[in-house]
Design a protein around this ligand. Structure first.
Ligand code: RUQ
Ligand code: CUA
Length: 631
């Protein structure tokens, strides 16, 4: 295509311009279409316009007061370390789920229950990829998994209560980046990539110069137990990953096939690769004991380097980033980043590749050129793909089958539209687009820079999450939403897939250890208000019913280790209480029917007030009591 044609199609925010540009762009074949437009409108065409208008009205992003959004959005909170729940299409933030961070509103990272999940190790994180568990390629509303690149962890969020319930520190690797789930037959495994190359035994004996023992590993985690199933050693590093819709293959991009240790080295090759993992062969190798272990842990590490029967390496240009499975299950699409192309890998051809009947490049059935800096691709379930172009600040809409036809020499234009976004988009995601239920209604584009799109907030500016209506032939930008600390990725799940609890149930595993502790102390959590002394350790058990705590005062001695356990007896939805001990850095949320506990040292003599810090009643201000610390 000529530069002029590109310039015209680029300028497609205006629908009219877009129509003209497409006519130009389509050249001879489009003349027929142009003729049709010039001809008087037929009744059928009129009807379809009316239908389009109705559809347009239904696609409003405005959700009026009292109305509910159609989709739950799960947004990574980036280096804030949390996950956020958004309503789509309103783009309202509904809730924040603290995961790797510490949160003073809920007490996440402060309470004993959260510390048991989190460990005390790191209070920070860097979330990138939230993905929901699936059954037969469809969201099942059970869990959302999220990576922590900063501290090499993976967490799980329970969707019935929207709280984190497991965190795993992945051994033998550094910086978990790409994360996805097995889609079919169900999410047995969570898969994720160790991005940074490190010595296999990282015990301080390796050097900075000799990097021959440095590796990246592909990580397979049991989704139910959240323990490591196995790891696969590869050649090159690993970036993003995705799974097929047959339950057979996983694929990951590698931008540093060179195993370079600096920028120049990392981008020296024209081609890097996509690694494909054969799940059944990997499982069989683990079963047969064909693995090694490293760093003193017992996680099986398979050797999937070049030449192994567990993997295949498909060369693609150049420093590829995102990899996305089309919802029809036919293709892995690798996004070129430093190449203006995406590589379409035929999943149907992978068995032949693994049986050495074809060469790796034979699986690449098209490599359409889309624009500068392709990073991620999303799908509408109607055969179209939407690829973010980081350098062009655009989204390219293109048709997958047409791209394959064009690759085979047919005269078709696969590019449908380019839409300006603001600015520098990273991930994009369509409503349910990574599942079989891709419904082609909404596209969210997570732009890394907002620049002039919002009131200036000083040198640090928000990112810009843009909502685009993709239900018609033309993409329409309908909403700008500022967000904080780079949401890397998001998913949109239809609300019918998620059932949340209104109040906690008393047998919830979240506070089961605290319930067991109370039992040992002979305390009935739902009726007793008691202080138990155990040497220098004091356990204070109290109930809460709006607007009073079951205990209006208690006494401890200076230097005691105090554990306060609060059980919220309110049954009413949305009546959450808090517990804050003034001047102790202690605060937490206690949801209706929940128990929460916190431990601190009573290191200040005198009267210390505690109070409820979640508004619960007209007399919420009066919901407080005293701790006397005796010197
Ligand atoms: S990455 S901008 Cu962390 Cu998902 Cu692509
Ligand atoms: Cu209880 Cu506010």
């Amino acid at each position: 295509m000529s530069k002029e044609e590109l310039a015209v199609i680029n300028d497609s925010n205006d629908v009219k311009l877009e129509d003209e540009s497409r006519r130009k762009f389509f050249g001879k074949t489009a003349l027929i279409g142009a003729g049709a437009i010039a001809a008087p409108m037929s009744a059928a065409m009129f009807a379809s316009t009316a239908q389009a208008k109705r559809k347009e009205a239904a696609m409003s992003p405005v959700v009026h007061p009292g109305e509910l959004d159609e989709y739950y959005g799960f947004w990574s909170g980036g280096h804030s370390g949390e996950v956020r729940i958004m309503g789509v299409p309103s783009m309202r933030e509904l809730m924040r789920i603290p995961v790797f961070n510490i949160d003073s509103a809920t007490g996440w990272g402060i309470t004993n229950e959260s510390k048991a999940i989190k460990g005390d190790d790191y209070l920070a994180g860097d979330c990138h990829h939230p993905h929901m568990s699936m059954t037969d390629g469809r969201y099942n509303g059970k869990y959302v998994f999220i990576n922590d690149k900063a501290n090499t962890r993976v967490a799980r969020i329970r969707c019935d209560v929207m709280k984190t319930d497991k965190i795993l520190h992945v051994p033998n690797v550094q910086a978990i980046h790409g994360l996805r789930v097995q889609k079919v037959p169900y999410t047995k495994y969570v898969i994720c990539n160790g991005e940074f190359e490190i010595p296999m035994n990282n015990d301080g004996k390796a050097s900075l110069e000799d990097v021959s023992t440095y590796r990246s590993l592909f990580n397979v985690i049991d989704a139910e137990t959240m323990e490591m199933a196995f790891q696969v050693m590869v050649d090159g590093n690993l970036d993003n990953t995705d799974a097929d819709f047959d339950g057979k293959y996983f694929a990951s991009t590698s931008y540093n096939s060179e195993m370079g240790m600096n920028l120049g080295e990392m981008i020296s090759s024209e081609r890097d690769h996509v690694v494909v993992f054969d799940l059944a062969r990997c499982e069989a190798a683990v079963k047969a004991g064909k693995f090694k272990t490293y760093n003193g842990n017992d996680v099986p590490v398979l050797d999937g380097r070049k030449g192994s029967h567990l993997t295949r390496y498909i060369p693609v240009p150049k420093s590829p980033h995102g990899i996305n499975t089309s919802p029809d299950g036919k293709y892995f699409i690798a996004n070129g980043k430093l190449s203006p192309t995406v590589s379409i890998i035929s999943i149907k051809k992978l068995p032949d590749l693994f049986n050495d009947k074809i060469k790796p490049r034979d699986t690449v059935i098209a490599e359409p050129e889309l624009g500068l800096g392709p990073l991620h691709t999303a799908f509408d379930g109607r055969g179209n793909a939407y690829t973010t172009l980081f350098l062009d600040s655009q989204v390219a809409k293109w048709n997958v089958e047409d791209a394959i036809k064009a690759h085979n020499g047919e005269k078709v234009n696969y590019l449908r539209q380019k839409l300006d976004v603001h600015y520098q988009p990273g991930h994009n995601h369509t409503s349910q687009g990574e599942s079989r239920d891709a419904d082609g209604k909404w596209l969210v584009v997570l732009c890394k820079f907002s620049k002039d799109r919002f009131l200036p907030t000083g040198p640090l500016k928000p990112e810009n999450d843009q909502l685009i209506d993709i239900s018609g032939d033309v993409m329409k930008l309908v909403h700008d939403g500022p967000t904080f600390a780079e949401p890397h990725d998001c998913i949109m799940v239809h609300r019918s897939k998620i059932k949340t609890k209104k109040v906690w149930t008393r047998d919830d595993p979240m506070f089961a250890p605290t319930v067991a502790m109370a039992k040992k102390d002979g305390v009935n959590l739902t009726s007793d208000n008691k202080v138990i002394r155990d040497g220098k350790k004091v356990r204070v058990y109290m109930t809460s019913v709006a607007p009073v705590y079951g205990m209006e005062s208690f006494k401890v001695k200076l230097g005691d280790e105090v554990t306060v356990v609060v059980t919220n007896l309110d049954m009413v939805e949305d009546v959450t209480h808090g517990f804050c001990m003034t001047n102790h850095g202690v605060q937490m949320e206690i949801g209706p029917q929940a128990t929460a506990s916190v431990t601190f040292i009573a290191d200040k003599p005198g009267v210390q007030w505690y109070y409820c810090n979640w508004f619960c009643h007209a007399l919420h201000m009066e919901m407080r009591g005293r701790m006397l610390v005796e010197a």
